[in-house]
Design a protein around this ligand. Sequence first.
Ligand code: SF4
Ligand code: SF4
Length: 433
Amino acid sequence: MDLHNPKDLVDHAATLDCIHCGLCLRSCPTYQLTGVESSSPRGRVHLMRAVAEGRIEAGQDFEDEMDFCLLCRHCESVCPAGVQFGPMMEVTRDGLERRRGSSLRRLARRAAFAWLLPSRWALGAAAVLARFGQMSGLDRMVRALLGERGRFIDGAPAVPPARDRRRLPAVTPRHAAATDRGSVWMLEGCVMPILLGGTNRATVQALTALGHEVRVSQAMVCCGSLHAHNGERGLARKLARKAIEAFEAEPSLPIVVNSAGCGAHLRELAHLFEAKDPWRSRAADVAARVRDFSEVAAPILAGVARADGSGEAPITAAWDAPCHLCHGQAVRQPPLDVLDSLPGVDTRPLADSESCCGSAGLYSLLRPDDSSAVLEPKLESLRRSGAQVLVTANPGCQLQWSQGIARAGLDVRVAHLAELVAERYTPAVSPES
Ligand code: SF4
Ligand code: SF4
């Protein structure tokens, strides 16, 4: 790839799919913030095409608009021409990152993406350091020393104690009272065990209660989703190969994912490889086995009487669809079906539940003001819904909502869908067992 050739910075052919209808504008959170065409999907496609055709330079203004995009892919869901905005933006960000050379920022990114995220050891050490900093107040000192450049520390989520950061077992048998529904892989993830280990354990509990033996690969760490979304396609490809090899160890098992961003990435894994690359078909085979947790749970729970189960207190709940679940994977109905089938859960509609919450992977750390501004109207929708629990299915969204709700002073719990299933569904012991 020649990065001085603008055509290699942009997927020019993909930009030609846009028919300039403008139907995507109102769905775009950055356009809603600015009202400026260049901050809209149509505007960004137009900019990419102009760069590819040599009509404008890919300068600072161009980079700013590409960075401003949340990659929420809401525009894809409403586009009548089938413009594949997500893959297009991944190619452009990858090209921009590689042009940035060896600046300090670039080196810091390489350390995070190449060294930290793919290593359990490095992630564990970083968690110990971050926890120590947060408990001792050292993080505030570092924040003060770094000034504006340390703003990401303000949005860094609290690291839980070591007992909550333990790994999942390699194999967890199904619940003794559950009907045997076979084995599944579960993606443990890189950041999930560190920040949201409780969600992972609840997912295992729910899956085993639903009748699955749960297997967790000890060989793989990160699926590369954050890499692909943030302009590191080379590293994403490397991690994809590891994931493929790990899941090929049991090639007939479905792969259950409780993180919408990772699920969307794994389903599109083949896009990382050229047509002639033998890894492409292996990636496609793995992608075909990926299931969101809700897709596994919904059909099983549909056969269970709603009154069965937990004795937990009744709750009102609002579902907020993660972008990479509804727009990235077109999974919309299963999470609602799961909520409807759980005893004691009264589901309240949430206005604009398919619009982005502003989390967007690392976006909330890198652009905290824009991220908060995107969440603001959704907090108001949540307040109006009267729900006691905000339910979602993506780690970034869980953290973003938790921080926003705390800032707004709302008395609302944030829960992953799998946590509600784990709490409210227990398989009944059948008379013959
Ligand atoms: S991905 Fe989201 S933020 Fe980016 S252009 Fe599309 S709708 Fe707008
Ligand atoms: S909806 Fe699709 S075709 Fe229409 S302007 Fe937006 S990206 Fe282009």
